[in-house]
Design a protein around this ligand. Sequence first.
Ligand SMILES: [Zn+2]
Length: 308
Amino acid sequence: MFLPRLLALFLCTAATLNAQVSGSPLKIEVRRALPAEDEPKPALPDTATLPRVLPANRKSVYSRCETALKLIAITFDDGPDPVLTPRLLDLLKQRGIHATFFLVGKNVAAFPEVVSRIVAEGHEVANHSWSHPLFTQLGPESVESQLRRTHDAIVKACGTAPLLYRPPYGAVRISQRTRIEKTFGYPAILWDVDPQDWKHPRSAQKVYDSIHSQTRPGSIILCHDIHETTIAAMPSTLDDLTARGYRFATVTQLIAFTTPPEIMGPPAPSPASTTPANLTVPPSSGVRDDSVKSKTVDVKQEKALQSP
Ligand SMILES: [Zn+2]
């Protein structure tokens, strides 16, 4: 018995709404305003314009960077590979994405033309030791030699000095890390997204799924450009992250963008006294080391990590 009344009420309401929509622009304004209030979307930086110099007040070690923006860095370790790295570079070029390559020195010496292409296409090159040993089992001279030979090989191959290193297996003692930073000026770069793409058998789908679920603003993604499955996973992985609003920076760009201006300490130096952009050993003053300190000395990780 209420049905006719309900129907009448519905028709009346619909007619009123209709009149409001057609008769007043207010309705349209409200509909525009709602998503902006619910989902504030701060502008992502244009990665082409981000600086490629480490700030003096950077930290000593990073596994990710603090930011609310969907800015991330994807990294590829253990190359260059003469076949797979060029294929990866094609995929990155098609998408306008810049990555960071942690290179193994002996591969740099074997395939310098690939290193040259990596840099020519706007990617960052970084130091991943000469022969991928476990640093925690080496003395200080051996560690220095591993990094020095690789540093020099990269400069010889492409003319660009690396600013960062990643210890093989992510394992380095604090004393070693301190010495490396003092000698080379490198911060240690770890990761917070690990698709374990080096595990075999490991499908491209699993690599995609891991990266899809683990990535968040400021993430540093660990991959290896020496495995077929990693390269096979990249088109869908990169397109998924891009579609979800993520933008890719190199690791140095990500650090530079997310490092807050120095609050303590002396006033900002005048342009005449700033560190030249091409100096490979930044000043160590102001270096901070806090949140991820324990991760680098977690030598227990070494047994679990058997990436090449
Ligand atoms: Zn490695």
